[in-house]
Design a protein around this ligand. Structure first.
Ligand SMILES: Nc1nc2c(c(=O)[nH]1)N[C@H]1C(S)=C(S)[C@@H](COP(=O)(O)O)O[C@H]1N2
Ligand SMILES: [Mo]
Length: 528
């Protein structure tokens, strides 16, 4: 044991105070240096590492990374402090090291918040100041104890230090995040003056509000299991069943960003570039009032979704067919790929020959009757029904007609380029009503559509056709349910499989999400 561990202790405490104070200052600019470092790691890490992180930690991968960065800083500081305790140094050398550390920390903090805030501003200055209060206070307390200022004064400094950081955090929280001023805001109502086009019906049900359900729980497979007092027949809306079409707030969010890009539509335009005769810049107002705007109910699904997972959602999108926007720019014969570039540096590509043929590949300006929420790509995002979510670029800034095959963000990281969705059927809810048990869920096969869903209660020996809800849109999932007589309570094993609109049965062969999306039958074992 070394005699002296004050340096180790002080460095560790200083780093903890620094990390916490940076987090406390975060609301001022909506980000902080820890998030900037984490974001850089996400984007520069090899694809295999990013994929491993998603598969291991799922949606928590980003949180784990940010926490790891914070802990890493603290450990590094502790090591520096421990070395300092063990080597002989003169007072002068020691104070030189401390002084250069203070300068480095100041530069790192100000620089990190500069990147987080996107420039020099009052908020940047305030955030950097609050973040430096943390280690500054530890310094003040540490020098106090070294100078033997006495117990009372040392305690006073500790109290003062904590108060200063807490006060800084409170100020940051009070001032809150910067809001881009002017122009339409994310999520604001989007009036649809004209009637929507054919092919979709606006769903009347907005979710399974099952008042009669008692004792609702979620099984380990994510299935909602409930008992109900309801005496009537089962519909598609019992506890745990998703609505036909979800609100924006209930829709899953996936992207590579720790915080969603903020776009001010007043200094934004959608650029059409590349193999076109006429380059165009579309203003947001032009897009949101475009005469070809239509409403489409679409299911989207992340390629990282496990069998039975929650990274799937259906909502009513409002958008303009991309080919109609491109027609205004007069695409030339050289065009190969339609590449979408985004504000966050993301890109995706889809062959021009596909876009040219489909009116359902849209540039969405709205969701659930309102302007897009920021998390879903405000002001505009692409939607390619039937392909995994990664193909549908959010926060689009430019559509480029490339004259050669483009390698996209996830493509470069080893995921399937075409990303056509696999046929899926998931069990979502199982409910007992007296002697009867209802089993229900969703089925989806992209543009192929769903023709049938079957359920087996004996491990795949025999199969029974489930009831399928009438399609709400050619691009949306179909809900299904099967009611069976089961007077005796006990274990129930259910397996589900779908047949797509081309007559192909969903494969029982399991596959992990990487590289082409998960596959295999979903099953559930419950007791009720
Ligand atoms: N610009 C941009 N667009 C993006 C992403 C991204 O990281 N950046 N992630 C993609 C992925 S992997 C998915 S699954 C969908 C999710 O869309 P949602 O969050 O609106 O559900 O967005 C896609 N579009
Ligand atoms: Mo995704």
């Amino acid at each position: 044991m070394p005699q002296n561990t004050t340096g180790e202790f002080a460095w560790t405490a200083g780093a903890i105070a620094w990390v916490l104070a940076m987090v406390a200052a975060r609301p001022l600019v909506g980000s902080d240096p820890l998030l900037v470092i984490s974001q850089t790691v996400i984007e520069t890490a090899p694809g295999s590492l990013a994929t491993w992180a998603i598969e291991t930690f799922g949606v928590a991968a980003q949180t784990v990374l940010v926490a790891g960065v914070g802990v890493g800083i603290v450990i590094a500081a502790g090591i520096v402090g421990a070395i300092g305790d063990r080597v002989e140094v003169s007072r002068r050398q020691r104070s030189r090291v401390l002084r250069s550390t203070a300068v480095t920390a100041t530069i790192a903090t100000a620089g990190g918040f500069y990147l987080a805030a996107g420039g020099v501003s009052t908020r940047w200055l305030l955030a950097s100041g609050i973040a430096l209060t943390g280690p500054g206070m530890v310094w003040w307390i540490y020098t106090g104890t070294r100078a033997s200022i006495g117990r009372r004064r040392a305690l006073g400094r500790i109290g003062g230090g904590i108060s200063a950081v807490v006060a800084g955090g409170a100020v940051a929280r009070l001032i809150g995040q910067p809001v881009p001023k002017g122009g339409p805001q994310p999520g604001e109502p989007l009036e649809l003056e004209e009637k929507t086009e054919t092919g979709t019906t606006t769903p009347t049900t907005r979710g399974a509000r099952d008042e009669a359900a008692i004792e609702s729980r979620r099984s380990s497979e994510g299935v909602v299991v409930s008992l109900s007092n309801d005496e009537t027949d089962f519909a598609f809306d019992f506890a745990g069943m998703p609505p036909q079409s979800q609100s924006a707030a209930d829709h899953f969010v996936v992207d590579k960003n720790i915080s969603a890009p903020k776009v001010n539509t007043e200094n934004w335009a959608l650029a059409i570039r590349g193999a076109v005769d006429d380059e165009i810049d579309f203003a947001y107002e032009t897009l949101r009032k475009h005469p070809d705007r239509r409403e489409l109910t679409v299911t989207t699904l992340c390629i990282s979704n496990e069998v039975g997972g929650d990274l799937i959602g259906t909502t009513d999108w409002i958008g303009i067919p991309v080919r109609r926007l491109l027609a205004e720019a007069n695409v030339t014969d050289d065009a190969v790929d339609v590449v979408t570039h985004a504000r966050d540096g993301y890109s995706e590509a889809i062959p021009w020959s596909v876009v040219r043929d489909r009116d359902d590949i849209i540039l969405a300006v709205g969701m659930d009757g309102k302007a897009l929420p920021r998390a879903h790509g405000f002001p505009v995002r692409l939607l390619i029904p039937g392909r995994y979510g990664m193909k549908s670029t959010k926060w689009v800034t430019e559509i480029e007609l490339a004259d050669s095959d483009h390698t996209a963000y996830w493509d470069q990281r080893g995921w399937d380029e075409e990303a056509v969705v696999n046929t899926l059927s998931y069990i979502r809810a199982i409910q007992r009503r007296g002697d009867r048990v209802g089993i229900g869920g969703v089925a989806y096969a992209g543009t192929r559509g769903i023709e049938g869903v079957e359920v087996s209660l004996d491990g795949g020996e025999t199969w029974t056709d489930a009831d399928l809800e009438a399609p709400i849109s050619p691009h949306a999932w179909r809900r299904w349910q099967l009611v069976v007589d089961r007077p005796d309570a006990g274990p129930l094993d259910a397996v589900v499989r779908a047949t797509d609109g081309e007559g192909t049965r969903q494969t029982s062969q399991t596959a992990p999400p990487h590289p082409s999306g998960s596959a295999g039958w979903h099953s559930s074992s419950v007791s009720l």
